[in-house]
Design a protein around this ligand. Structure first.
Ligand code: AMP
Length: 404
């Protein structure tokens, strides 16, 4: 079974073509700078003895152009991996915000598109391009089933006490102001993969999944179901991130606006693009921050200290929420690659049953790996995330259920 996974952003379109019988990526890539004077597509063919990379620069006017390019590349004589686009069995689309309407992956039709559109105000930067990706795929691959997989669906199992904000209740009733959580596909993937490696059914495990990338979120997963997560109504909440504040006192907004004359839009940019690690030390990539810290940059050291401290506090909170924790699972760019951050997060937690083996923790980790000492009551793992594989798996599950 061949599944095309599409992740359409505002000016980019990421894709992967997966052979699900073999659990293998056949090809994948990203179309960037859609709408700019010069766009670029980076395509990787992965079916040969060694990966082959193809880069093309040309004007890519819109998402339709981008999807045309992808369709041409996957059947291209040199870069392609299939002969005909009809070989694709289904298309899985990442959709960021499914609101309370979607608790599972869903076959897309006109009504479903309307329901997704209804959630646009909750994700104005993400859902419209996601929908555009769906429209273009429908036009370009007629007759092939399209399935939406939502970033929010894994978190829909949270109880009201975890997802509600302490605002007047009618804000929830009338405007659906609540915690939704994001990165759900990643949290779900690593929780399930961790269970396989821990050799126990996921519904017998309590896990804390720690997704630390450009965006960061942490989830408490009880017996395979999310019971709390750090991101909120938007992906701005939770721990500090590359350029996002994470949790801050909401009264800061008014105070800064009154003292600087900044408007709402400027505050939005400040909180989303100029804060987090970047706000503290001027850099948002952990590799640069560690380099600067080693060269004596005190702000860079402070940024790492703040980051690890905030992640540690969420882990402590979710240990209390779960009562018993079997595993802490690190994933995504920082979680997988950054031994300094992992060590900082796990430091001095032996009182809570967590003991990191510093030797096992060393370096970048690209395969699932246990990092705890034999004495550690709580297991500590790195599980590299694979959101595309999770989306494709959910697509396959739906197709198989339809056959029954
Ligand atoms: P992601 O959003 O999961 O792609 O993660 C991207 C982030 O991971 C980058 O902004 C870096 O901060 C971080 N990252 C990637 N590679 C490394 C590395 N080798 N060491 C430390 N951090 C890394």
């Amino acid at each position: 079974m061949i599944v095309l996974v599409i992740n359409a952003g505002s000016s980019s379109l990421k894709y992967q073509l997966l052979n699900m019988q073999e659990n293998k990526v056949m090809a994948g890539g990203v179309v960037e700078r859609i709408g700019d004077t010069l766009g670029v597509v980076t395509h990787k063919k992965l079916t040969g003895a060694a990966p082959e990379k193809f880069v093309r620069e040309e004007k890519i006017a819109d998402h339709r152009d981008a999807m045309h390019l992808v369709a041409d590349l996957i059947i291209d004589e040199h870069a392609g991996v299939i002969k005909n686009k009809d070989e694709i069995n289904a298309i899985g689309h990442r959709v960021v915000q499914g609101g309370e309407d979607f608790r599972a992956a869903t076959v897309i039709d006109a009504d479903i598109k309307k329901s997704i559109e209804k959630n646009n105000p909750l994700a104005p930067l993400h859902n419209p391009p996601n929908l555009m990706g769906i429209d273009v795929a429908e036009a370009l691959f007629p007759g092939i089933i399209n399935i939406a997989v939502f970033d929010t669906e894994f978190h829909q199992t949270m109880p009201a006490k975890a997802f509600l904000y302490a605002l007047p209740y009618e804000f929830y009733e009338k405007m659906r102001v609540r915690r939704y959580g994001f990165h759900g596909t990643s949290h779900k993937y690593v929780a399930r993969a961790a269970a396989v490696h821990m050799d126990k059914p996921v519904d017998e495990l309590n896990l804390i999944t720690v997704h630390l990338g450009n965006g960061c979120s942490i989830s408490a997963v009880e017996k395979g179901r999310c019971i709390d997560t750090s991101m909120g109504m938007t992906p701005l909440a939770g721990v500090m991130m590359g350029t996002r504040t994470g949790d801050i006192d909401p009264a800061i907004q008014r105070y800064v606006m009154e003292n600087t004359g900044m408007g709402v839009d400027e505050m939005d940019t400040l909180f989303n693009k100029k804060s987090g690690l970047k706000g503290i030390c001027g850099m948002n990539d952990m590799r640069d921050i560690h380099d600067a810290g080693e060269n004596g940059n005190q702000r860079a050291k402070l940024a790492v200290d703040m980051f690890t401290y905030q992640v540690k506090k969420y882990i402590g909170a979710y240990m209390a929420a779960l009562g018993r924790v079997d595993g802490i699972i690190f994933t995504a760019g920082i979680g997988e690659n950054d031994d300094i951050v992992r060590a900082g997060v796990c430091a001095d937690l032996s009182g809570l049953g967590m003991e990191l083996d510093l030797e096992k923790n060393r370096g970048r980790i690209s395969e699932p790996k246990a990092l705890h000492t034999p004495e550690s009551r709580v297991q500590i793992w790195v599980i590299p995330t694979n959101e595309e594989l999770q989306i494709a798996q959910e697509v396959v599950d739906i197709l198989q259920a339809q056959k029954k």
